[in-house]
Design a protein around this ligand. Structure first.
Ligand SMILES: [Zn+2]
Length: 446
């Protein structure tokens, strides 16, 4: 039995007493191995590298082609003033719908890791066209999910790398923001605050010395939209990493799992096992490490190369309860344009099946007798919690209300279990409520 507690802030803490073996869950009713490798791609997408202007043009052409299911907005600007464009794809793209979960792909955080950007642009075109053709899988995904696609989080860095091109872009050219900031080391460190408040607050590492405009834009985006699931697309390796990236006491290399380790390993495995290059047992290693022996997934803290202290994945999970993994898409950070069709085929199934994982765990609406209770996960009281199959006791806490507990069962089917709550207002004072909370907690733990 697992215990889940919804705090009034919408933040969720979980204590899991049962470990679920990810591998035993790999038999999925969806056929996730259906793709075949092809020389090039059968999809007629715009396979080339798009600089800022061309990216904007492509996004415009997709919205012209599919005005009913797309909407483009900006979340802010880069240091030099380039806009951070997001395309949202859904049946009702411009607003949150009750019960419909919000997904995001973020690419180009490191400007020279160019493949993610192109894959996200390919995905926009693909979803638009397949939706129009009536592809049932895509129609279902677009109708039941609100998908946000940010192809370029660091457009200044990308423009610098694009100038050099695939042949000449170096290992670090364009990686950083214009101000020289590594955006994946630029988020507040909530981990060490959680692990040991006093120690962390005294420590300089907790906040980056300078927060870039790109990071600020993404943080406020995360706060505006109740995202449930995300992936952060990088390049230069072939592996999927899952939180925590930050290690306790900033140790140089240490496996640092979250309370949701089983689900994170599931998410990472879903992407890695359907990626045609990673899943190929004969593939060569990119640099020094053989990730095949870990099935191409690894805990971020256990991988010494990146160690994104102050990274985006941990912040997303701890601050907004949005599950996020990092995908290292290819050995080559800036593949030649001629390789883009094959790279699309390598990643197409992974990109789709990963998004579909948002429809797992439990979801529902938290109301008081008449109106929705406002929690930070969504303004209408709707919530989502990604969970592996199992039995859960779920407790909802909100200020001014009696806590409410329900048992929710998550099955093997790839859809979320509905678990609604109705809260009753309480006249109890905070002190009285605390003892009530304690007695309820004892009941849950018994
Ligand atoms: Zn990167």
């Amino acid at each position: 039995m697992h215990q889940i507690t919804f705090l009034c802030s919408g933040r969720v803490s979980v204590s899991q007493q049962k470990k679920v073996n990810v591998l035993s869950l790999l038999i999925d009713p969806d056929d996730i191995y259906s793709s075949e490798q092809k020389p090039g791609s059968s999809d007629a997408l715009d396979f080339r590298h798009h600089n800022y202007k061309e990216m904007r043009k492509l996004m415009k052409s997709v919205t012209d082609e599919c005005p009913d299911i797309t909407h483009v907005y900006t979340i802010g600007k880069s240091y030099t003033g380039l806009k951070l464009y997001v395309m949202v794809i859904s049946d009702n793209p411009s607003k949150h719908e009750l019960g419909e979960p919000e997904f995001r792909y973020v690419a180009g955080m490191h400007g020279n890791e160019a493949l993610g950007r192109e894959l996200v642009l390919n995905l926009m075109q693909y979803l638009c066209r397949e939706y129009k053709k009536g592809n049932q899988r895509v129609v279902k995904l677009v109708t039941e999910t609100r998908i946000h696609l940010l192809p370029s989080m660091n457009p200044d860095g990308y423009e610098a790398a694009y100038e050099k091109g695939s042949e000449l872009a170096g290992w670090a050219e364009g990686r950083y923001s214009f101000e020289g900031i590594d955006l994946n080391h630029n988020f507040p460190d909530l981990n060490n605050i959680m692990w040991d408040a006093q120690e962390a607050w005294n420590h300089q590492h907790v906040f980056p010395s300078q927060v870039s405009p790109e990071t600020r834009a993404v943080i406020s985006w995360m706060q505006d939209i109740p995202f449930v699931l995300s992936a952060n697309l990088h390049g230069g390796e072939l592996v999927v990493t899952y939180p925590f990236d930050c290690t306790r006491d900033w140790a140089p290399q240490e496996d640092t799992p979250t309370a949701d380790n089983a689900f994170f390993r599931w998410l990472a495995t879903v992407y890695a096992s359907t990626n045609l290059v990673m899943a190929n047992p004969d593939r060569r290693i990119c640099h020094y490490e053989d990730f095949q022996k870990h099935n191409n997934i690894i805990n971020g803290g256990a991988w010494w190369v990146t160690l994104p202290q102050l990274g985006m994945n941990d912040f997303s999970y701890l601050h907004t309860n949005c599950f996020e993994v990092t995908v290292e898409l290819s050995c080559d950070k800036f593949p030649h344009a001629s390789e883009l069709p094959v790279e699309w085929e390598n990643n197409k199934e992974s990109l789709l099946v990963y998004m579909e994982q948002i429809h797992r765990g439990i979801k529902g609406v938290i109301r008081d007798n008449f109106c929705p209770v406002f929690i930070s996960s969504a303004a209408d009281g709707d919530y989502w919690r990604l969970l592996n199959p199992g039995d859960y006791k779920v407790v909802v806490w909100a200020e001014g209300y009696f806590p409410s507990m329900r048992r929710c069962n998550v099955g093997m089917e790839p859809r979320a279990t509905m678990c609604d709550f109705t809260l009753t207002k309480t006249p109890l004072t905070t002190t009285n409520l605390l003892s009530f909370h304690k007695s309820l907690l004892n009941e849950v733990l018994s």
